[in-house]
Design a binder for this molecule. Structure first.
Ligand code: PEP
Ligand code: MN
Length: 337
């Protein structure tokens, strides 16, 4: 961190400020005294320092961070890739392409079990399905809630596929006992209290990027979970809001290599929410595989035109079968597997 001090500060106030820095934080301070201003260079762990607090100090002209404000998620402190591995051996990260597939929402036992069997046969290693749904309208289908989670457990019993499903409130956590990967949806990416509570678990968390959040903000949210001791975080690029209206969101494909460069955490892509359009799922999934994503989360429905949620972006089990074959082959080529 570089701090430029205001000119003409008394030596006494500069000394007082420097003492404050070294006593409050685990840093060393180097000083450069110029003709008109003094510059301080802070060396050490600056993650806990609040830039705004520093900027608000009387003697400070400006402050600039040279190190990322996240540490546990940072590749600099953990150069090798992190792989999230479930007790059943299913893995996200560390090579390969994990496929998570299933409907936007759980609708019935026949629906979720039928889709689970189909996507498993096509190579999916995880089953997705929303039980608690974050809908824009309070009048839209809100999910089957606890019953939906029970049906996901049924499908897991039948197929052995681990469950990926979204949590909207920490009050629901007791219902998530049988859930293998807890999803934090885009709308909750900065629900910091929720993130802190999930940090206390020892269960993988699938963290989706917020609709209007930067890559760094996503990493800071991952840091919230990891700071609590839960290091099993999977990052998900699911499209962001731009001025483009042709697609539901804009898939920020460059976020994949950017995240992988900045962080050791696995990065997956959700082409379904990124595009909102069924025929775009395959090309975007191929793009994700080609760019080195660690996995894909894709909405698959047996009857998209009657889906209770996100039918327009859902692909059929047959379409998923073709897609799974292509993305697996492409990812293998790209990763040299
Ligand atoms: C979902 O995965 O069903 C979902 C609601 O995703 P997002 O939070 O990315 O919109
Ligand atoms: Mn959906």
């Amino acid at each position: 961190m570089i701090i430029v001090l205001k000119s003409n500060q008394s030596q006494e106030s500069v000394d007082r400020f420097m003492k404050k820095l070294t006593t409050a934080y685990d840093v060393q301070v180097n000083t450069w005294v110029g003709a008109s201003s003094t510059v301080l260079g802070l060396i050490g762990d600056t993650t806990a320092i609040d830039d705004e607090y520093i900027a608000a100090q009387e003697v400070v002209e400006s402050v600039r961070r040279v190190q990322e404000p996240y540490k546990k998620a940072n590749r600099k402190f953990h150069p090798e890739d992190t792989a999230v591995t479930l007790p059943g051996g299913q893995r996200i990260g560390g090579g390969g392409l994990a496929l998570i597939a299933g409907p936007c929402s759980v609708e019935s036992e026949a629906q979720i079990c039928g889709i689970a069997e189909r996507v498993k046969a096509s190579g999916a290693q995880f089953l997705r399905g929303g039980a608690f749904k974050p809908r824009t309208s309070p009048y839209a289908f809100q999910g089957m809630k606890a019953e939906g989670l029970e049906l996901l457990s049924e499908a897991k019993k039948k197929t052995g596929l681990p469950i990926v499903t979204e949590i909207m409130s920490i009050d629901h956590l007791p219902l998530f006992e049988d859930v293998d990967v807890i999803q934090v949806g885009a709308r909750n990416m900065q629900n910091f209290e929720l993130l802190k509570q999930l940090g206390r678990l020892r269960k993988p968390i699938l963290l989706k990027r917020g609709l209007a959040n930067t890559v760094e903000e996503l990493l800071m949210s991952a840091e919230y979970i990891m700071a609590g001791g839960n290091e099993q975080v999977i990052l998900c690029e699911r499209g962001i809001r731009t001025y483009e209206t042709m697609t539901r969101n804009t898939l920020d494909i460059s976020a994949v290599p950017v995240l992988k460069r900045l962080s050791h955490l696995p990065v997956i892509v959700d082409p379904s929410h990124a595009s909102g359009i069924n025929w775009l799922i395959e090309p975007l999934a191929l793009a994700a595989a080609a760019i080195g994503a660690d996995g894909l989360i894709i909405e698959v429905h047996n009857d998209p035109s009657h889906a209770l949620c996100d039918g327009a972006q859902s692909i059929t089990p047959d379409q998923f079968d073709g897609l799974a074959r292509k993305v697996t082959q492409l990812s293998g080529m790209v990763k040299g597997l």
